[in-house]
Write a new protein. Structure first.
Length: 59
């Protein structure tokens, strides 16, 4: 499992991203190694999948 997938299983915070941004949602969570990562993503309701747009480590 990749680190972005791990974030979705270890969610700390999830919400809408700021307006006029490339991604509609933002999630912050932990990898299995304990790193805190934020992922901006879009959600496709038809296929029930999250599509990661960008991700970075939060310090």
């Amino acid at each position: 499992m990749g680190e972005i997938e791990q974030v979705f299983f270890n969610i700390v915070r999830i919400g809408r991203n700021r307006r006029n941004r490339a991604a509609a949602f933002s999630v912050e969570g932990l990898t299995d190694g304990g790193r805190r990562v934020r992922v901006n993503f879009d959600y496709d309701a038809d296929t029930r999948t999250a599509i990661a747009i960008s991700a970075w480590e939060v310090r």
